[in-house]
Design a protein around this ligand. Sequence first.
Ligand code: CTP
Length: 400
Amino acid sequence: MQIKQLPKDFQEALPVLEQIEQAGFQAYFVGGSVRDHILGLPIHDVDIATSAYPEEIKKIFKRTVDTGIQHGTVTVLMGDDAYEVTTFRTESGYQDFRRPDKVTFVRSLEDDLKRRDFTINALAVDLNGNVIDKFDGLKDLDKKVIRAVGKAEERFHEDALRMMRAVRFQAQLNFKIEEQTSQAIADNAPLLEKIAIERIREEFVKLLLSKSWQTGLGDFLKLGLSEYCPGFKDQKLELEELLEPKDKYFIDEDEAWVAIGYVLSLNHDEFNRFLRDWKVSNKTRETSVDTLKLLHLFESQDFDLWNIYKLGTKNFGRVIELCKMFGIEFDYQGLNQKVDQISIKNSHDLKLSGKDICDILGVKPGPIIGKSMSQIERAVVEGNVSNNFDELRHYLLSNQ
Ligand SMILES: Nc1ccn([C@@H]2O[C@H](COP(=O)(O)OP(=O)(O)OP(=O)(O)O)[C@@H](O)[C@H]2O)c(=O)n1
């Protein structure tokens, strides 16, 4: 196969390939960008593989950065652009199921393609657009199949994260995992325990935010990968509830985590711990916990003004979507009326400041001021006192 018209990103990188070839070496586009272009998807990250060793690349180009010399990667700077150029390599060792103990630079493209995870990721394109396809990757792209290069078990022993990559690609591309490959995942799922949770999470979140996330999640559960992830042990049945609703896409990671917390029936402290175990960012954790609290409020129809005020309206969009997903009915009008009743957005809207409280009570700033402030805030939110200076002053004095 020949790609007649190289995509713009490849064309821009052509001078890099041309200079490497002029110096007497080989250079190809490889990896995800080739796969995505053939599938007609947008490209991100153009990766270049070469027979030249890093030192040779550094001699060919004036401006380079040693990105990962020990793995053979040099970044070539050209104009305003930067290209990662990696020497063909083989890998061996993998005592820890994560990283090769030994990387050997080689001159053969085929040896380099052989060490890659899936056939659809083991394609290369030369500067004339010729596709080098040593492992029937094109056929698998056509048949929409994810198949390990060579022996699946070996590929997963080299890097156990590849099992997560398989279900992630499945979700992103709506492909099927070929039988021997999926059997090898089922057999080797426990190896996932060797992988840092951050790497697993990265793949899992990509899976959840993909168009065919239910397909990917289905195999993630069926093949037993979930058993080796934080909080998912023995939770297959509960998680399967997520597979039921159709036509639902998560707006963001936070919404997806809340859906998971909901089907696992976690209370708010448990959900917080669960998200800590997955090492999500603090921002995602806080938003997700607040959203789950709000979802539980919606579900119980307990539209307590103080609770609604504390949780705020910023996550309403997410919660309404999740209610649709789980068929939770709630009184939207009733809720809106409650929200409208709340006369302030936050404590800064109060017509009485901390300094006013000090002056009125004749005390110095201290914890008592914060306590009084919260009391007043709650009274205003619950409509027990109007938000004007005189009334708040009176309230403060009569509640001492
Ligand atoms: N665990 C891994 C990770 C990567 N690769 C190889 O390295 C290439 C580039 O990896 P990466 O950029 O992580 O993934 P992509 O396949 O490019 O996919 P995406 O960019 O969508 O994550 C892959 O195509 C694959 O050939 C691999 O064999 N095993």
